[in-house]
Design a protein around this ligand. Structure first.
Ligand code: GTQ
Length: 354
């Protein structure tokens, strides 16, 4: 017998064995070890950019297809092309563009996954969290903590669009998905609009009150304040070669991230800035607010460069090296699963190509 025949026989013997053990819901680790434990992360999601100017009219058309009330949430999910049918923008996170038209109400519900909103266009719409309305302006960052009642409404005159970011894939893999619908269209009005920001958003807090939630008690981080902070700091702060000037949204009562499962950032990249190559294990979803530039994502030989401008959305999957180059002063919002990875001791980064 030559060695080839011997090999074929062996593999026939093995595959017979494999089908035997499969009947008992067992499988050979040795056939899987190499793809199970890889020297470095290998993910299915791929770098991708959604060009807002290209998809905007399609998004607005959804208002002719279905009402917010019927849809419950009229959202076009941003599905990563590497994860078709998965309702995921990355392995751990969900992204979508939600549209609300004047006069509409997206009815009250609550769910175990947490949500963030980053406002893309329009004004006059609000989200109500446990009865506190937050009116939303482009660039505002708004949170809906896990299991809080929320509905959305619109008292203005133009379409309003925001980017939804949720931790659905993460919560789903653990299994802990719950949803409940409120018995009325809207949750009863509670504190006046802006109440949480007044109480907790000015480096002070009401005496005797210590929120016990894992979330920031602030539901809205208005763009004008964050933008002003970036502007002031940019005049006196040395830029980080990898991040430019990058600030994290925090829970002022703990100093930690605003949400327990999603990290959120706003970043200023000056005109003509070229960042150094950077990679980390968090998967990142970006949406530029102002400015324009490019992002190059991937390894030597297998890189993709995307042109971006305000309102686009793009993804940098786990462990993809990437760098930015701007043609204008730019402000970019991003969110990721960094906080989860850090809590589990799994987050890593690599600066430069070393
Ligand atoms: O606004 O509550 O994009 O429940 C997906 C699920 C938005 C929301 C989404 C949701 C919401």
């Amino acid at each position: 017998m030559d060695s080839n025949t011997e090999g074929n026989q062996l593999s026939a013997e093995r595959s017979e064995y494999y089908s035997q053990i499969q009947k008992h819901s067992m499988a050979p680790l040795w056939e899987n070890l190499n793809h199970l434990l890889t020297p470095e992360p290998e993910v299915k999601s791929v770098p991708h950019l959604w060009d807002y100017s290209e998809l905007r009219s399609l998004l607005l058309e959804s208002a002719d297809v279905i009402s917010a009330a019927e849809a419950e949430r009229r959202v076009l999910m941003l599905e990563n092309p590497g994860l078709p049918g998965n309702c995921s923008i990355t392995e751990s996170l969900y992204g979508g563009l939600q549209l609300i038209m004047p006069g509409e109400i997206a009815p009250a519900h609550r769910h175990s996954p947490a949500a963030l909103r980053f406002i893309i266009e329009g004004s006059g719409a609000y989200t109500s969290v446990n009865g506190e309305k937050t009116f939303m302006e482009p660039g505002d960052f708004v949170i809906t903590p896990s299991w809080t009642w929320h509905d959305h409404g619109h008292e203005g005159t133009e379409p309003v669009v925001w980017l939804d970011g949720l931790d659905i894939p993460l919560v789903r893999v653990i299994g802990s998905i719950f949803v409940e619908h409120y018995h009325e269209e809207q949750f009863p009005e509670g504190p006046p609009p802006g109440d949480s920001l007044s109480r907790f958003g000015n480096n002070m807090r009401p005496v005797g009150v210590m929120p016990e939630s894992l979330n920031s008690p602030i539901f809205s981080y208005p763009y004008n304040r964050s933008r002003e902070t970036l502007d002031k700091l940019s005049r006196t702060t040395e830029l980080d070669p990898y991040h430019g000037l990058k600030l994290e949204y925090i829970d002022p009562t703990s100093g930690g991230p605003a949400m327990p499962t999603i990290s959120t950032f706003l970043q200023l990249l000056p005109k003509g800035f070229k960042s150094e190559s950077y990679q980390s294990t968090e998967s990142l979803i970006y949406t530029p607010v102002e400015g324009a530039g490019t992002v190059t994502i991937g390894d030597r030989g297998k890189t993709k460069t995307f042109d971006w401008t305000g309102q686009d959305v793009f993804v940098v999957p786990c462990w993809y090296p990437h760098h930015f180059q701007t043609t204008e002063e730019s402000v970019v919002f991003c969110f990721s699963d960094k906080v989860v990875q850090e809590k589990l001791g799994l987050w890593r980064e690599r600066r430069g190509n070393a």
